[in-house]
Design a protein around this ligand. Structure first.
Ligand SMILES: C[S@@+](CC[C@H](N)C(=O)[O-])C[C@H]1O[C@@H](n2cnc3c(N)ncnc32)[C@H](O)[C@@H]1O
Length: 307
């Protein structure tokens, strides 16, 4: 299978993970295996567990790493990482990578229903299991739809788009990507229609809801941190502000020590930091990478080390 995806922030991520040749690593979002391949290249007796929930990715990874004895491939959700590893007798790891979001392969395969450029069934399920985008937009009540568009898409016109969706589905079910894109277009002001594609934020929001992307990220971060041994590193690449905020706040919470008020003469809380940041600021793609891969523009990499 052709799997087109250029790995983002590749060198920065692999260097940041400080891969040791005998270490155990998890790539929780292995996709086409771009980051996994670089980790595997650095292993001698170590292991890499590559996880993805998408059957297309699993097929690609299985083919790509079939001759590599250090590679273990698991189809599943990284939110269940601890359980997936425990089933294989693995309870401690030296590094975890999460490269959040959809792959270019998923975006560029029209029948997966992620793209507002091509007509296809409104699907958007990375795992190809569970509730589809069509089921959501045809059944959610107005207020829930509005909230999803506003919170996950940061869509200013969430209310009028949600209203448009409800009106349209009363006429006939919304079943395809272009049907939804047209409804969005008809329910935002003219000037928004000229400023990029007006359905971009709606599609992002629905995709996040279909795949519960924020919920699984929260569980994934917790699971990954519990699995890490002392000195182990967690590297997370995100592509929009909601996810980045979540990662930033979670890492800050692990890194925080004493939480006593500043005017307390001695610490009474006894809290000790559980981690330290590898970089103070998130790492972003440089100009060279951006010319090769414009999709890296919004990528942010944050890494912390467990103490
Ligand atoms: C941005 S791509 C990763 C690309 C990969 N780093 C590479 O170099 O090819 C994200 C991948 O993570 C997968 N994914 C997203 N959320 C997931 C989750 N909760 N559990 C497992 N896989 C997930 C997607 O199916 C997709 O293949």
């Amino acid at each position: 299978m052709e799997f087109n995806h250029i790995p983002v922030l590749l060198n920065e991520t692999i260097e940041g993970l400080a891969v040791r040749e005998n270490g155990i690593y998890v790539d929780g979002t292995a996709g086409g295996g771009g980051h996994s391949a670089e980790i595997l290249r650095r292993l001698k007796s170590g292991r890499l567990i590559s996880i993805d929930q998408d059957p297309d990715a699993i097929q690609t990874l299985t083919e790509r790493f079939k001759k590599n004895e250090n590679s273990i491939i698991i189809k599943g959700n990284f939110a269940d990482m601890k359980e997936l590893l425990a089933q294989r007798g693995l309870y401690r790891v030296d590094g975890v990578l999460l490269d959040i979001g959809v792959s270019s392969h998923q975006l560029d395969t029209p029948e997966r229903g992620f793209s507002f450029h091509e007509d296809a069934p409104l699907d958007m399920r990375m795992s190809r299991k569970g509730t589809t985008a069509a089921e959501l937009v045809n059944t959610l009540p107005f207020e829930e739809l509005r909230r999803i568009l506003f919170e996950y898409g940061e869509e200013k016109y969430a209310g009028s788009i949600a209203k448009g969706i409800l009106a349209a589905r009363e006429q006939k079910p919304i079943e395809t990507t272009l049907q939804l894109a047209e409804i969005v277009k008809a329910n935002v002001p003219q000037r928004v229609r000229r400023d990029g594609h007006p359905a971009r934020k709606t599609f992002q929001a629905i995709r996040i809801a279909v795949n519960d992307e924020l919920g699984v990220l929260r569980r994934g971060l917790e699971g990954a941190f519990e699995l890490l041994g002392s000195g182990g590193r967690l590297a997370v690449i995100t592509f929009h502000s909601l996810e980045d905020r979540l990662v930033k706040q979670q890492m800050a919470a692990w890194c925080q020590g004493c939480t006593c008020p500043k005017d307390f003469p001695v610490c009474v809380c006894g809290n000790k930091p559980k981690a330290k940041l590898v970089h103070k600021k998130p790492v972003c793609a440089n100009e060279t990478e951006l010319t090769i891969n414009p999709r890296a523009r919004s990528a942010k990499l944050r890494i912390c080390e467990k103490l």
